[in-house]
Ligand binder design. Structure first.
Ligand code: SF4
Length: 410
């Protein structure tokens, strides 16, 4: 199935963050941020590698002090992805990060307000071909704008903040820019990006700032980012979670994959929600399977189903799956029963066959198996379970009868 959830993507100009294109027709990218001290070169590099493995295309590091800038000089040449330096209040840190060789700067217009300093940094970026992200943040909006809009953070105020920064850049002819207008309030953030996308054609970096810990943080970030992506707005995304940043990178990647906006590189695990028919703890098996596949480069849809009565049928579109039946796991590939294994080997069997599909291809794997025997075993377990549990394992039919009787008798 070849659907994507996005309407036509809004046309933006393209910039390059190191070797990664952002905007235009470039694939939407995932960003994350390290939480180590940037001066800790080895620790930061380790985290950058973990983020890249989980799906980050670009990683941001803080550059808040001299030691951080010096760390960046060692990190940038060894990083597997381009590095963005986050500059806080000191424009000199921006200049230091440029000397360290970073591929992009992130400036918050609410933090560096001196026009001369802003233009100096932009001129340096222009001379070096390094882009800047104008990172407007609802929580640190310029005080004058806050007051202008009635002591409130409004979408209009956030867009105006970005435009003020753009105007300084325009004075020196610098337009190598992407923009974010993040807020922790989801409707505010959505409206700010909508207005911004009507106003400029620069690539947009989407995010809900300070979304908080998962799962609520994941829900908030997804609500904001996915809504905009579905409207065709957004060129690069970041989940700001109070969690291991690997979770941020993974969430970003998984969102793009789920929306059909990024080629899948890792497992798409589907699992039934379980019910009275389940022959196994579906939640535990699905969790174990997710952990076993992790971020491995196995772009298959993998199904974990609680029973062999309905599982293989309901997950017939999956590349590979396993369904429980009377202390056994029934492995199926493309809807065809392939093997029967003890229940406690369900997960390792899934992984083993998934690896084989990747190495040999589906047809070769199917050719080497006794499909008739596997089907007979699955049919026998299915028939036995139907015999034991009937067609209505949750006994809903009996309850409906009782409800009817109660109502009729009233
Ligand atoms: S019927 Fe079987 S596959 Fe469907 S939810 Fe229940 S246990 Fe899972």
């Amino acid at each position: 199935m070849d659907f994507t959830t996005s309407t036509e993507r809004r046309k933006t100009r393209q910039i390059m963050v190191g070797n990664v294109p952002v905007g235009g027709a470039a694939p939407i990218t995932v960003q994350s941020m390290t939480i180590t001290k940037t001066a800790d070169v080895e620790g930061t590099l380790q985290q950058i590698y973990a983020l890249a493995a989980a799906g980050a295309d670009i990683v941001r590091c803080t550059c808040n002090e001299l030691e951080a800038a010096e760390g960046l000089a060692q990190i940038v040449p060894r990083s597997p992805v381009p590095i963005v330096a986050d500059i806080h209040h000191q424009y000199k840190m921006a200049l230091a990060a440029l000397e360290a060789g970073v591929q992009c700067l992130r400036l918050n217009p609410g933090n560096i307000r001196n026009p001369t300093q802003i233009k100096l940094v932009a001129q340096e970026c222009k001379d070096r071909g390094v882009p800047i992200r104008i990172g407007v943040n609802g929580g640190s909006l310029d005080k004058s704008l806050y007051e202008k809009y009635g002591d409130k953070v409004t979408p209009e105020a956030m867009v105006e903040s970005a435009q003020m920064e753009l105007a300084y850049f325009a004075e020196i002819g610098f337009d190598d820019v992407k923009i974010s207008v993040k807020a922790s309030n989801v409707p505010l953030m959505i409206e700010a990006y909508r207005q911004l996308s009507e106003t400029v054609d620069f690539p947009l970096h989407l995010g809900v700032t300070e979304a908080g810990p998962p799962p609520a943080g994941l829900v908030k970030a997804t609500a904001g980012i996915a809504t905009l992506l579905a409207e065709g707005i957004g060129d690069t995304i970041r989940y700001s979670l109070t969690a291991d940043p690997v979770e941020e990178a993974r969430a970003g990647r998984q969102l793009l994959e789920a929306m059909g906006l990024r080629e899948r590189k890792n497992v798409d695990l589907i699992a039934c929600p379980s019910c009275g028919r389940a022959e196994v703890d579906v939640i535990a098996v699905a969790k174990a399977a997710m952990e076993a596949f992790g971020d491995r480069l196995i772009p298959l849809q993998v199904a974990v189903m609680g029973c062999v009565v309905n599982g293989p049928g309901e997950a017939r579109d999956a590349d590979i799956g396993i369904a429980a039946g009377r202390k056994k796991g029934h492995l199926f590939i493309k809807g065809r029963n392939v093997a029967v294994v003890p229940e406690d080997e369900m997960v390792e069997t899934l992984v083993r066959y998934a690896e084989r599909i990747m190495e040999e291809g589906v047809e070769a794997v199917l050719a080497g198996e006794d499909l008739d025997k596997a089907k007979k075993a699955a049919d026998a377990d299915r028939a036995a379970l139907l015999g034991e549990q009937g067609a209505d394992a949750n006994d809903a039919g009996t309850r409906v009868e009782l409800i009817r009787k109660a109502v009729d008798g009233a």
